[in-house]
Write a protein that binds this ligand. Structure first.
Ligand code: C2E
Ligand code: CA
Ligand code: CA
Length: 780
């Protein structure tokens, strides 16, 4: 258990005082005990003196009465006669006047003539007195028949010494009582005679104690020790010690009784002690509070600081040390809060532009959403500096940093209240427009244009920045920050491709985008598993009226996405760069198929679509040539279809590579002719043998005069250049007839056949009467 400082202090002060008080009380009690004891001892000395003088007085009275008796004439005569009877009658006459317990008559020689008690002889002391023949007589204390008596012996003269008369009084209870009432002390008489053990004669002590004394009266010291045990102070007075006769008086006084007078003093002391103890506790409590209160205040303050509350100042009025500690805590709290603010600022801001960073604007955005009266409409504009890259290349990083700073400054200064700007990527600044709808965006655009209308001046160099902007509008374009930002990125991506440099997100674009991401993932899995199959679409030769060639087209059935068509996945494969892997798979599958057909006696040329990315890689070109060579097939077994637009990005490289094909005698066809910006003039320079007119020009050929015009002149020009012409997308007989009339060399389209599996193709070819046009009941 932990004892608090305050309680320790209380215990210490209280304990100290209690010990002091208790020991002084004890000392006082001890001192009073010894004082009382010595007073009692002194008192007992006085009691002894009183006792002795009481005996003395008693003897003097006896002596007086004995002398009266000795002077009595009749008595003298009786003694002279020596007759006992006469003596007794004289004594009887005196009777009351004598008032003695013992009467004795002695002859002049000291022989006992008469005695009231059985006295054989007098004690030696008495005999000595008689021998001296003292006229004043003698007084002795002696035991007669075991009882103590005071005996006074007076000579009787007539006129010569006739004898002695003795009067005695018993030292008995009445005498002891008299002494007790005089002195307040208790008296016990002990006698011993004839070698017998001491015996108690009388006692004024309370009965219980006297019986105890009687029982213990055996050994010499026992009586006093018994009294001492009962807290009595005893004084032993020897009254007689003659021969074997001993008489002792025990004078005793109760210590308890004597101390009784001190009891009120003791009580007072205890009361004073208790009051002092209580006062000490109260004082200790006050002191402890004085010490612990500031400590508690400091502890509370430290806890507040730990909780991140720095606004509270600690004010302490007690003690210099505590005051100093409080001041230090205040100082610490100031420094901590300052440092925390700085750290927070750094965590929430971009240090270059001093704009909030992405995480800060995200949380600001979210807390705005939770505001109850926030406008429901808002917009985000993602701004990118289109030419920042070039500026960096031209003038270096420091320069483009300065450009960003200047741009951030311009934007921040033109923001409305409630709007925000944050730098969320190296060259991107996100603008948040509160309460802005699509309808009101023109105002914002005008303002932004105005911001960037005049060139910035960086290090004295005038810089014109080209901002690109992608906009999203909430709630129609999404709700969450991340979702809106992603869609703004899509809009920004579109803005890069338009002349005016801004674009608004359109619903569905994001899903499209997401679909492309999924496709990219799944496509990789399909490549790893080689999960593709090929279908083949016949190409009908108009001159031969036969199918001599087929086009190989890919099919992909994904376990998760289902059937995905090449129009969708080929562009994704091109973007992710996986297209070349796919083309290698296609090449392998097709070569294997041609070999199989060759073995079956079916001679077909297969047209394979290649991507621009394939053509631009010499490695792939060499690989394709090698594959074909090692398959043992003739180079005329395949035709590679390539699109012109794909080669445009690096025409020289593309040309160099396709010349490799030309070298080994592989034929090439220009696919999708008529869709790009390609010109027939350029075809002259390309080592191609065939031209495929895109289906967009063919599908509605029978109805569209313009298409007819284009197709006709294309065929003429191609023929002029020595190229074979194929039209794809022939869906009806009318178009077919037109193409035939225009001199088109071959046609491909649903009217002839849809793309089909190798097995289906074989059946289809087998069933096919020649010529095809005749089968369909049309004139050739
Ligand atoms: P493409 O090279 O122009 O192929 C012709 C496309 O037109 C094929 O579509 C074909 O099914 C379709 N088509 C043929 N006749 C008709 C018709 O009468 N009417 C209509 N509406 N369409 C017709 P598919 O198979 O969906 O292929 C689309 C594109 O995907 C191809 O256009 C080609 O550019 C690309 N592609 C297909 N397979 C491969 C391949 O193995 N490798 C590469 N690199 N691209 C391929
Ligand atoms: Ca094609
Ligand atoms: Ca085409």
């Amino acid at each position: 258990m932990r004892i608090s400082f305050r309680n320790k202090l209380l215990l210490l002060i209280g304990g100290l005082l209690a010990v002091t008080l208790a020991s002084s009380l004890l000392a006082v009690m001890r001192a009073s005990n010894t004082a009382v004891e010595s007073i009692v001892r002194d008192e007992l000395e006085v009691v002894e003196r009183v006792f002795r003088s009481l005996l003395e007085v008693d003897r003097e009275q006896l002596r007086g009465r004995a002398q009266v008796l000795a002077a009595d004439f009749a008595f003298k005569r009786a003694i002279a006669t020596g007759e006992q009877a006469t003596m007794l009658s004289v004594l009887a006459n005196h009777g009351e006047r004598i008032a003695a317990d013992l009467v004795v008559m002695l002859s002049r020689d000291g022989d006992i003539l008469l005695s009231t008690h059985d006295v054989k002889r007098l004690p030696a002391s008495a005999a000595d007195v008689l021998r001296e023949e003292a006229t004043g007589g003698a007084a002795i204390l002696a035991l007669f028949e075991g009882e103590p008596f005071q005996l006074v012996l007076v000579p009787v003269f007539a006129p010569d010494l006739m004898g002695w008369v003795g009067l005695g009084t018993a030292v008995d209870e009445s005498m002891l009582e008299a002494l007790r009432s005089l002195t307040n002390a208790e008296i016990t008489l002990l006698a011993q005679s004839g070698g017998e053990p001491a015996r108690m004669l009388h006692s004024t002590l309370p009965e219980a104690l006297s019986t105890q004394l009687q029982a213990l009266a055996q050994p010499e010291s026992a009586p006093t020790s018994a009294l001492a045990q009962a807290r009595w102070v005893t004084r032993e007075v020897t009254l007689l010690n003659e021969g074997d006769a001993r008489l002792t008086a025990l004078l005793s006084q109760s210590l308890e009784q004597a101390l009784q007078s001190y009891a009120p003093l003791r009580q007072q002391m205890i009361i004073i002690g208790c009051v002092a103890l209580l006062l000490a506790f109260l004082t200790a409590l006050l002191i402890a509070r004085g010490v612990t209160q500031p400590i508690y205040a400091l502890v509370r303050a430290a806890r507040r600081i730990a909780d991140g509350n720095y606004t509270h100042r600690i004010e302490l009025r007690s003690g210099a040390e505590f005051g100093m500690l409080a001041e230090t805590l205040n100082l610490m709290q100031d420094t901590v809060s300052e440092r925390e603010a700085r750290i927070r600022y750094q965590a929430q801001h971009d240090l270059l532009t001093r704009l909030p960073n992405r995480s800060y604007i995200a949380s600001a955005f979210n807390s705005r959403l939770s505001e109850p009266n926030a406008a429901s409409d808002y917009a985000m504009g993602l701004l990118e500096l289109g030419n920042l890259r070039e500026l960096t290349d031209l003038y270096g990083n420091d320069f483009s940093d300065s450009v960003l700073q200047a741009v951030a400054e311009r934007i921040s200064s033109s923001l409305r209240r409630g709007d925000m700007a944050a730098r969320i990527a190296d060259s991107q600044i996100l603008l948040f427009f509160d309460a802005l709808t699509h309808a009101g965006v023109d105002v914002v655009l005008d303002k932004l244009r105005a911001d960037f209308a005049s060139p910035l001046s960086i290090d004295g160099i005038p810089v014109r920045v080209e901002p690109l902007l992608g906009f999203v509008f909430a709630p129609q374009h999404g709700q969450g920050f991340e979702e809106l930002l992603r869609r703004a990125q899509i809009a920004l991506g579109n803005a890069r491709n338009v002349k005016h440099g801004y674009s608004f997100y359109e619903i569905g674009q994001d899903e499209n985008h997401l679909r492309q991401i999924t496709l990219a993932h799944r496509l990789q899995a399909a490549v790893d598993a080689e999960n593709f199959r090929m279908v083949y679409q016949p190409k009908y030769d108009m001159a031969d009226h036969r199918v001599l060639e087929v086009e190989a087209l890919m099919r992909w059935n994904d376990p998760e996405l289902g059937e995905v068509y090449p129009d969708e996945f080929i562009p994704v494969a091109e973007q992710t760069g996986i297209i070349t892997d796919i083309s290698m798979i296609v090449l392998r599958l097709v070569l294997r198929q041609i070999q199989a057909w060759e073995r079956a006696g079916l001679e077909l040329t297969v047209c394979i679509n290649l991507s621009g990315a394939d053509i631009l890689q010499l490695d792939f070109v060499r690989h394709a040539i090698h594959q074909l060579a090692s398959s043992g097939l003739d180079s005329s077994a395949v035709v590679f279809e390539i699109t012109e637009t794909m080669m445009m990005s690096d025409m020289d490289l593309a040309l160099a590579n396709i010349r490799e094909f030309e070298k080994v005698g592989i034929r090439l066809a220009i696919d999708d002719f008529g869709t790009g910006f390609s010109s027939l003039a350029q075809l002259k320079t390309l080592p191609v043998q065939e031209l495929k007119i895109d289906k967009s020009l063919v599908l509605r050929l029978d109805q569209d005069k313009d298409d007819q015009q284009i197709v006709r002149s294309t065929i003429e020009m191609a023929h002029y250049l020595g190229l074979k012409v194929v039209a794809e997308g022939v869906e009806n007989i009318a178009s077919l007839r037109l193409l035939q009339a225009m001199g088109c060399d071959a046609v491909q389209g649903y009217y002839i056949a849809r793309p089909m599996s190798a097995a289906d193709l074989e059946t289809w070819l087998g069933d096919l009467p020649v010529p095809v046009l005749a089968i369909r009941g049309e004139p050739a």
